[in-house]
Design a protein. Structure first.
Length: 77
């Protein structure tokens, strides 16, 4: 049984984590410098980001499970 689909899923999570780390550092530096302040726009963007992560976790997990049901893997249809 191959672990490639699981590895692809984990790499996707790593990419999301890196993007979050990068954008969070940029936003924090803007807020500390006084150039921007948090408010309703930041709350909306945070909600969008959280929604994207939740959708990736749900549908990405579903994709991994369906990937193992393909004929190339043992037990696939």
């Amino acid at each position: 049984m191959s672990f490639v689909p699981v590895l692809q899923y984990i790499v996707g999570l790593g990419a999301f984590g890196f993007c979050y780390w990068l954008t969070n550092g940029i936003v924090t530096s803007f807020i500390e410098s006084g150039a921007s302040q948090t408010g309703t726009t930041m709350d909306l963007l945070h909600a969008f980001w959280t929604g994207i992560i939740i959708v990736y976790l749900i549908f990405g997990g579903w994709w991994v499970i369906r990937k193992y049901n393909e004929a190339e893997y043992r037990g696939g249809l």
